[in-house]
Every structure is written in structure tokens, then in C-alpha cells.
Design a protein around this ligand. Sequence first.
Ligand SMILES: [Zn+2]
Ligand SMILES: [Zn+2]
Length: 439
Amino acid sequence: MEVRFWGTRGSLPTPGPQTVRFGGNTVCVEVRTGAGHVFIFDCGTGARPLGDALTAQAPVSASILFSHTHWDHIQGFPFFTPAFDPRNTIALYGPQGGRSLHETLARQMELSYFPVALNQLPATLSYTDLGEGAHTVGGARIVAQYLNHPAVTLGYRVEADGAAVVYACDHEPFGGALWRSDTATGRLESILHEGDRRHARFLAGADLVIHDAQYTPEEYRARKNWGHSPFEYVVELACSAGVKRLALTHHDPSHDDAAVAEIERHARAVAERRHAPLEVFCAFEGARVLLDAPGGAPAAGPAAGPAPPAAIASGARVLIVDDDPVMRRLTRGAIENDGYVLTEAANGREALERIKRETPDLVILDFVMPELDGLGVLRVLRADPATVTLPVLLVTSQADEDSTRAGFEVGATDYLTKPFSSPQLSARVRACLARASRP
Ligand SMILES: [Zn+2]
Ligand SMILES: [Zn+2]
């Protein structure tokens, strides 16, 4: 596989003399397999120069995999010239969320914003909304996994030619801390939050990981819940997961070349501290990585075409449990447009009664409640065969290590700490439901 970076900036294009080294175009990565298939990860403004390069090679057959549809990941698509050539075939994939990928892209190209409508593009375009899991796309095995971002967002792992590449933008840590303090740091088993451990497994053994690393650890402290990672977290995870090469990307618009170079220097120091044979660099426009790793990745799986998205969302029954009426109202407000049937319980006892009676598909459970708290409710649920696998999203202001561990040990499906934003809660609820409904 050959990987080429066409856009490395996050959030907003940042052209100018201060960003010539690492680039000002928003995220876009090309991955070409030995069989000649072109994969494109996200269509930030880097998709424009990529499109020009591909136009010279028409007819082109390409697959575009969108991580999500925030502006910096789709803004280049209307300027992607291969879409304007009838000889080309382009398959577009994005996470199954509220709106379909087709509708979101079409809205971006409404006449108020752009002179050509999506359905007027002459290339043969197809649209697929993807769920989590393994898919076969363009002859390669693609594994999709939800990231932690205030929008339903997928990371992608491409396995082809005996090598594996992971693309993970945008993402931030699930847990307040990465490591459990009672175990040796640096190992997968020592990761505190189940979500971070799942993410590390997703990266495991990859020949190249391309990962959001928008912030320094200091910046991240003031930007929690914005959906981006501090570089240190990314390097630590990659070391523990046995990753061979790590490209840090989605550079912050406020970081000039000197700031990005400084991040690269510090990131390499983190890998050295771990004594990991990890090669770390900050991605720059025009960077090429050639991957030739026989036996370096799991064999391609079976399945023809993308697996159908899990049948979720519409009509799923969600029970909100919180003793604080304001929190119940906020929680309801965050997910009320997602098509679920919502009910509420004001305490642990009422929650257990309702769960028995209403058999919800998911419970959003407050940790701290008088009398029977969230952990108590979870213990009862996990002891009953009827609810042992019921997805329970524990929401809490208890961000400390002991509480996080207790939550997972008792059987929480996910653990989300307050304060969180509405889109964050919405994305995490969707991920929990999608996982639960997977065959
Ligand atoms: Zn982004
Ligand atoms: Zn985003």
C-alpha cells in the first residue's frame, strides 16, 4: 500500500507562510493498494489537489470513506474534479448517523452554497451508510469502529497487501486518565477506560496509524469534550498497541510550523520514554509512506460488499434514570431528535421496576443517587439473565479512577463523565445501541 497525505489540518484551512511545511489544507489521505484501488479518507480541502492528480489518471475507480461530516472533512468534495468526469466511478461511505451521507453532502451543495447540485455530478456515484464492523470495500478488508467525538464518527482500518493502515480522525480520550494506577503502565491491560482499550485494540499491530493529535496536553485540559486528542495520549496508545509507524495529523489551525515541529519532538520523546520501536512523525502535505509488510497484518476476511448497518435508532426505547429533574431534562433534550422512545425514572427502584416492565433497549443511568445508586442498579441488572447484556451508559460527575473502575467492574457498557455536550451524549448512545444490535 502507498499512503499519501493531501491535507493535514484540522477544523479550518490554514494557508500562509507560517504553515508551508506541514500544510494548510484540511484532512485528506489517499491510500492506494497493490491492486490499484484508490481509497480516500475524508475530503477536506486537500481533496482538491488530490482530485487534480487523479483526473490525470481517468478513468478512476475510488472509494471515499468519510469519518464524519463535520465541515473540515467534507468541504473539499464539491471541488473534487473526478466527480465531474462521467468516466469515473466513486463509491462514498460514511457513518450511519442521523441524516444519510447523501443528504448531508447534498445539503452542502445546495444552491445557497454551491452552483452545482450533488445529483448533477456526472461521475457514477454511490452512497453507503456504514456501521461498526468489518466490510469489504474495493477488494480490501475495512474494519470500521466508532471514535469518541461529538458526532457519530468512524475510524477505519484497511488491511491489504499484507499490511494494515488505521485512519482515526476525529477522536479524543474516553477516560480522564489513560492508565490504571495499580498496574504497570504501557500495556493494553493497564488501560483504565473500556473505550480507550477498545480503541487501542483497533490500532493494534498496524503498520501505520494516522491519528488526530490536535492538541498539546496543556491545550487539551481547556478543550475537553471538543473531540480531539492530545498527542501524548496518541503516542502512549500506539506504543501499547505495538504500532509500527504513527502519523500525527489534524493539526490545530493555531499551530504554525514551529508549533507542529515542537509537537513532533515531544511526541518522539514520549515513544523513547516507553522504549517502543515506534516511528512518530507529524503528517505534512505531500508526505508519502510506502508500506510493504508481508505477514504484518491479519489476513483479509470474507464478506462481499459492506455489511449492512445494524438495525438501530428508529424506535429504540431508552430509559433515562436520574434523581435530578434538570439532568433528566438535559439528557432528554440531547437525544430527543434521534428517533428514540424515551421514558424516565427518578430513582434506582423506579428504574428497576420500569426496566422489568418496559424492557428498554438502553439505559442512561446516573451514578450518584440517594438510596439505590447507579452501581446498585447495575449489580441487580447484571445478576438477572434477562438484563445481563442490556446496554447501560453510566453518566456521572465521578471522573476519578476508582469510580471509573467500579463502573466497568460492575458491568457498565460505557462511562461518560459530566459535563458533556449534547452531541457527545447522542453519539455515545448511538454507539452503544449499534453495538448491542450487531448480529
Ligand atoms: Zn475534524
Ligand atoms: Zn469533527
